[in-house]
Design a binder for this molecule. Structure first.
Ligand SMILES: NC(=O)c1ccc[n+]([C@@H]2O[C@H](COP(=O)([O-])OP(=O)(O)OC[C@H]3O[C@@H](n4cnc5c(N)ncnc54)[C@H](O)[C@@H]3O)[C@@H](O)[C@H]2O)c1
Length: 433
């Protein structure tokens, strides 16, 4: 049965590529996925998943016979006509997106008119047109990815929309991509390549703006004794605003927002336009992480010689991704102030180890909190809501908690003996202990 379905090729088997491969296999397509890392290909071929993503293991196991992992580009080109490019596009030293991996993929393709390159990697507007100029025989479709880590499988299978950008003459390839997504039911937005590229960058920049906006509102709330949770609730009920991405905290992280907002700012700057709003959005996010250190100093004075526990390291729950995680900046800043940092994360500790070598990585929250002068909740893992906070208070040198995600119930924490402070919550709650 699967042989009747269009074969799919995936290039780059990281978060986006592996989810894309697994989901197309789940839809019945034979999928050949290529990565340059032999160890990654070997473990995936053995059925061992390389990332933590809910539902992914099951999907890979259930569709194992439809999935082939390889390092060999020729095998991929022989197997599939539609090639979904999912390689990483990290920032260069200049902040622009580094397209070297995309370019090296293009160099390996055959300009035989048989293949269509479907760009899922996030690239600056103009990339598609420049690839098409360099390789006229290649069909090119922009199909940016909007999945969120932690709910990536669900997002892929239930898209709000699928954006498909193709220029005149490429309608056949765009139709083939649209047919792949059609069973998923999201609205299909057909547009030109440059607009599709901009939709992705603008969407991430807008979401980042929403978070920085509510964080600035939170900071003002702290000055006027208002509660940002109440403010966000009241704002979010306005359907023009909506409730999502209005959660105050220590700022965004992850592999995308940081690099994509800077890449968009640089893209604008390269053509002489100063994207002022985005500059502020980025600055606010940087300062928001540092404000936590200021909060701690208000209680403890100098942090030199103190022990601070970080609860959660991953940039958000349900992922072990540490890219651009707020915990990295916090740990470095705290150590810079002379504090000793202990940390606990249910699944990201392994990835964190090389990134924060001087941080003591505990195997439980209570172990990290033992003897600590303060704790900062950085990632809202559900298990932190279930923690025995009375026991935690009795183990800490000073039961003081800065809730960087406004995740815990302030009154329960205070009843357990904690000095509690969230982000943008009224002084009464902060000092009521
Ligand atoms: N992670 C997300 O949540 C997310 C969401 C939407 C869009 N994106 C975008 O998707 C792209 C991929 O992101 P990711 O998080 O999956 O990256 P990743 O770093 O997890 O994975 C990229 C993979 O590509 C492989 N690779 C590099 N060069 C290659 C080549 N020439 N041939 C084959 N494989 C190669 C790498 O070895 C790696 O396994 C980025 O442009 C990112 O901005 C990511």
């Amino acid at each position: 049965m699967s042989a009747e379905k269009q074969p799919v090729g995936v290039i780059g088997v990281g978060w986006v590529g592996l989810v894309t491969a697994a989901c197309f296999a789940e839809l019945g397509h034979p999928v050949t996925a290529r990565d340059i890392l032999p160890e990654k290909v070997e473990s995936l071929s053995r059925g061992e998943t390389t990332i933590h993503e809910p539902g992914l293991d099951e999907l890979l196991a259930r569709n194992a016979e439809r999935l082939t992992f390889t390092t060999d580009m020729e095998e991929l080109l022989d197997a599939a006509r539609l090639l979904f490019v999912c390689v990483d596009t990290p920032p260069t030293v200049s902040g622009d997106a580094d397209l070297s991996r995309v370019r090296s993929v293009v160099e390996e393709l055959r300009a035989d008119g048989d293949h269509a390159l479907v760009m899922k990697s996030t690239v600056p507007a103009g990339t598609g047109n420049s690839i098409r100029r360099d390789m006229p025989g290649l069909s090119y479709v922009s199909c940016p990815e909007f999945l969120k880590e932690g709910t990536a499988v669900k997002d892929f299978m239930n898209p709000d929309r699928v954006v498909i950008g193709a220029d005149p003459g490429e309608e056949g390839a765009a139709d083939a991509v649209a047919a792949l997504y059609e069973p998923l039911g999201g609205e299909i937005v057909r547009t030109d390549v440059a607009s599709a590229e901009m939709i992705k960058l603008a969407s991430n920049a807008f979401l980042a703006t929403k978070i920085s906006f509510i964080n600035e509102i939170a900071n003002v709330c702290e000055e006027v004794d208002a509660d940002v949770g109440e403010v966000a609730r009241g704002m979010g009920l306005d359907e023009r605003i909506g409730p999502k991405f209005l959660k105050a905290g220590v700022g965004w992280g992850g592999s995308c927002f940081g690099k994509d907002t800077i890449a968009l700012k640089k893209l604008a700057g390269n053509s002489g336009y100063h994207f002022q709003l985005l500059s502020a959005v980025i600055d606010v996010n940087e300062l928001q992480k540092r404000r936590v250190v200021q909060k701690l100093k208000r209680y403890l004075g100098s942090l030199a010689g103190s022990k601070v526990a970080l609860l959660g390291l991953a940039f958000k729950p349900d992922t072990d991704d540490m890219r651009d995680a707020a915990s990295l900046v916090l740990a470095a800043r705290l150590e810079g102030e002379g504090a000793k940092v202990a940390a606990y994360d249910p699944i990201a500790a392994e990835r964190a180890r090389g990134l924060m070598p001087t941080v003591e990585l505990a195997t439980s929250a209570l172990e990290a909190l033992d003897g600590a002068d303060a704790a900062v909740l950085v990632t809202e893992w559900p298990e932190f809501a279930e923690l025995d906070w009375s026991e935690a208070a009795s183990q800490m040198a000073r039961p003081l908690l800065i809730d960087g995600r406004n995740f815990l119930d302030a009154r329960s924490l205070m009843a357990a003996g904690f000095e509690y402070e969230g982000i943008g919550v009224p002084t009464a709650v902060r000092q009521e202990a």
